[in-house]
Design a protein around this ligand. Structure first.
Ligand code: RM4
Ligand code: MN
Ligand code: MN
Length: 414
């Protein structure tokens, strides 16, 4: 604690010399919130198998308990994002009681027409919204309507639609026809959207379709959002881009179109790797946050993104991974808040490439850890959430309270 105070005072002094108020920055960090994905609290599967730790959650209540702990330690994650049917609530009243008791709210709902369910009448083998069969498409639309109903009951204000639809071989489905069918189904879902809700379309280039995914890129996602209407926006999942895509540029384009609705934070090296945000390409994460902070400062019309995490924890303790993720996001956000936008704009206008780049680098290379820790401390969170979690004995306690996972249980995330 003493050394934190020293580190924070040093940093505050350095920042003040650069014209920043440390208290002002702490207040900005307090404004950043991110939603936790329920599906990330249980260990995901690898090719070698699934290796859950002890004390992992199985029920929605247990996942919400873990989420509340992440929020208590970080003070920046007060909402969860539900996935239906994975989080099918048996008793909505009990879910709401849990949420109240745990101090949690609900962010965007997630539908799932990318896995056949045991009780399902028709199969999604050939897709859901793009399926050539009208009856299958209707079933998929009805699932979405039910997800909206559950979302209304818990107080969510958005639905995220990620479709696995696509084809594995040329000729398997009509490239134009499949897109039209998806759009028509989304129109039905959009028509059922409550007036204060948004619908997010989430693209992904491949997997499980390896030839042509129907909503494969931000262009397709934008087309859909623009066709559907004002309350339809795009969701950017950081892992859903082909290698080397300039994601901050995609983000800037969507912001410019008033269509950036949501974010799924994670990181990746090759594909939809669902790794910890900031673990592989921290500079890219910072540049993305720079676009977000800039848009917020400029009050761009339609800019009010829902920040969510979407990760799969296969090898790290899921709670630790999420604590680390929130901290990484807070750091990237804090660094983006350090960018001097006026100076940057002046260098851009003067064509001073070197100084423009240095303006970004000055912010990025600042060690903001004491600032972020101080922001947590002032809200009653932990200086170092991962260490605080390890010292808390939470896992040991949950290992006693929660029975071990059933053997061979399916991974909770693709
Ligand atoms: C997909 C996509 C969706 C997520 C599912 C589980 O790849 O990222 O957002 O809900 O995985
Ligand atoms: Mn996602
Ligand atoms: Mn994904």
């Amino acid at each position: 604690m003493r050394s934190h105070q020293r580190d924070f005072a040093d940093l505050a002094e350095r920042l003040e010399r650069r014209g920043h108020s440390a208290d002002g920055l702490v207040a900005e960090i307090h404004r950043f919130e991110v939603a936790l994905p329920t599906w990330a609290f249980a260990t995901g599967g690898t090719r070698f198998g699934r290796f859950p730790g002890t004390g992992e959650p199985h029920t929605l209540r247990e996942k919400m308990e873990d989420a509340a702990l992440v929020n208590r330690l970080t003070r920046a994650a007060p909402r969860v994002s539900l996935h239906i049917p994975w989080d099918e609530p048996r008793d909505i009243g009990a879910v709401l009681d849990d949420a109240r008791r745990l101090g949690l709210g609900f962010d965007a709902m997630n539908s799932n027409t990318f896995q056949d369910q045991p009780d399902q009448a028709l199969s999604y083998k050939l897709g859901s919204f793009s399926n050539p069969s009208a009856a299958v498409r209707r079933q998929a639309v009805e699932h979405h309507l039910r997800v909206i109903e559950i979302g209304k009951a818990v107080g969510s204000k958005a639905i995220t639609v990620w479709l696995a639809d696509g084809s594995n071989f040329p000729g398997q489905m009509s490239l134009r026809g499949s897109f039209d069918r998806v759009r028509e189904c989304l129109e039905d879902v959009y028509a059922a959207l409550p007036g204060d809700w948004r619908l997010f379309t989430e693209h992904k280039p491949y997997e499980p379709a390896f030839y042509a995914t129907v909503v494969q890129d931000w262009g397709s996602s934008l087309l859909l959002a623009q066709t559907l209407g004002e309350r339809a926006q795009c969701l950017v999942d950081l892992g859903h881009h082909l290698p080397n895509t300039n994601v901050e540029l995609v983000v800037a384009r969507l912001i410019g179109a008033g269509k950036l609705g949501g974010f799924h934070f994670n990181d990746s090296k090759y594909g939809d790797d669902d790794l910890t945000a900031g673990s592989i390409r921290p500079y890219a994460l910072f540049l993305i946050f720079h676009e977000l902070v800039l848009a917020g400062r400029e009050r761009v019309a339609g800019f009010d993104p829902s920040y969510m995490i979407d990760q799969s924890h296969n090898i790290k303790d899921p709670i630790e991974a999420l604590l680390q993720t929130v901290d990484q996001l807070q750091q990237a956000y804090a660094k983006a808040c350090l960018v001097d936008h006026d100076t940057l704009a002046a260098h851009q206008a003067a064509g001073d490439v070197m100084m423009a780049e240095r303006t970004l680098k000055d912010a990025y290379e600042t060690d903001v850890r004491p600032l972020v820790a101080e922001a947590r401390r002032r809200r009653g969170g932990a200086l170092d959430p991962v260490l605080a979690f390890r010292e808390s004995g939470y896992r040991a306690q949950k290992s006693r309270e929660r029975p071990p996972p059933p053997t061979g249980a399916a991974p909770t995330h693709l």
